[in-house]
Design a protein around this ligand. Structure first.
Ligand SMILES: Nc1nc2c(ncn2[C@@H]2O[C@H](COP(=O)(O)OP(=O)(O)OP(=O)(O)O)[C@@H](O)[C@H]2O)c(=O)[nH]1
Ligand SMILES: [Mg+2]
Ligand SMILES: [Zn+2]
Length: 331
């Protein structure tokens, strides 16, 4: 029987002695009915829930390390036993509550389509979700081969997301791809995010050197995507890097604990301590340090705008969900 080195799938822990009658694996793909899990003996199909599974708040998602039943018959449906603690978790808030998009991601790439208008508030929400997840963020401006003024867009992104790497690429011509590929590390997990049609799956195929994910045309009318990717899936590239492709999401509402301030706004909060009024709204009050910092060019105006939009989140943005896995670490 062939064996798989789980370290090639990102496993960093020592061999666990405490696995109860099961085996460790990583969730490669989640569908509504089944999980595909890579174990050291190969891929197994796993039922989402089973009698042995007692963690209703920690349902497994793509990227998760799980413990599943170890059956002699590899073709039988395995049962979930346990979802192991996560090192990071990208989540969003839906009408049904918090939803995990991907687990144990080292770096998330947010794709921005060079031919579409940049929607900074939407990108900001994506970025908050990534930064709060514990993963590193990277911005990728895609489709720079198309006739457009992408350099203006790139400048706009750099002005707003100052501390962030912005890569300009074309998956079609390969422009910028070498610099992006050079950042990849084997056994690290990357997650592709962004609206439908921004070219996530195309970029993945280019990095893989062959078509591993399905891609599709955008609509002629408005250049929007057609939601070609319908499930989340983790792939291993020849370089050894691990990539999670996700279906494009138009809206992503970050999951924030009640009263929590996203890390993105730490700098504003720091500057705001020097405002004359403690409850300064940074709109029209005299002695406002935030407006002063914008005028001085120390703070991007667009960031301050995002802040005032998100500073007092409406109730539905606030989730009191127990973040079961956040504080614990993988062993
Ligand atoms: N010209 C050009 N077209 C691209 C590039 N990258 C992607 N496209 C096209 O954009 C369209 C959408 O690409 P996909 O890779 O399917 O987009 P996606 O982000 O995976 O979309 P969803 O799976 O729906 O979220 C396809 O027609 C691609 O050929 C690029 O660099 N240049
Ligand atoms: Mg896709
Ligand atoms: Zn102020």
């Amino acid at each position: 029987m062939s064996t798989t080195n789980l370290q090639n799938w990102g496993w960093q822990g020592a061999a666990r002695a405490d696995v109860r009658a099961g085996e460790i694996g990583r969730v490669l793909r989640e569908d509504r009915r089944r999980l595909r899990v890579m174990t050291s003996r190969g891929v197994r199909l796993v039922a989402h829930r089973g009698k042995a599974f007692t963690q209703p708040l920690a349902l497994p998602h793509v990227g998760d390390w799980v413990c599943v039943s170890k059956d002699d018959d590899m073709t039988s449906l395995a049962q979930m036993i346990e979802t192991l603690p996560r090192t990071s978790e990208i989540a969003r808030l839906t009408s049904q509550g918090a939803q995990t998009i991907a687990a144990n991601v080292d770096e998330a790439w947010l794709l921005v389509d060079a031919v579409r208008n940049v929607n900074l508030p939407a990108l900001e929400r994506y970025m908050i979700a990534i930064e709060e997840s514990g993963a590193k963020a990277r911005l990728v401006l895609s489709k720079i081969d198309l006739d457009c003024n992408w350099m203006v867009l790139a400048d706009q992104l750099r002005a707003h997301f100052r501390d962030m790497d912005v890569h300009e690429v074309s998956a079609l011509t390969g422009d910028g791809m070498q610099a992006l590929s050079a950042t990849l590390r084997a056994r690290s997990t990357y997650c592709l995010m962004g609206e439908s049609g921004t070219g996530k799956s195309t970029l993945l195929n280019r990095l893989a050197g062959r078509d591993i994910a399905r891609t599709g045309e955008v609509r002629g009318r408005d250049g929007k995507g057609r939601h070609v990717t319908t499930h989340r899936e983790l792939f291993r590239l020849p370089s050894g890097a691990l990539f999670i492709d996700t279906p494009g999401m138009r809206e992503l509402v970050p999951v924030l604990a009640a009263g929590a301030k996203p890390r993105r706004f730490e700098r504003i909060l720091e500057i705001a301590r020097d405002c004359q009024f403690a409850d300064c709204s940074h709109q029209h009050e005299p002695g406002c340090a935030v407006r002063q910092a914008i005028d001085d060019g120390r703070l991007p105006a667009s960031l301050a705008e995002s802040y005032s939009r998100l500073a007092s989140p409406p109730d539905e943005r606030v989730s009191a969900r127990m973040r079961l896995h956040r504080s614990s670490s993988t062993d």
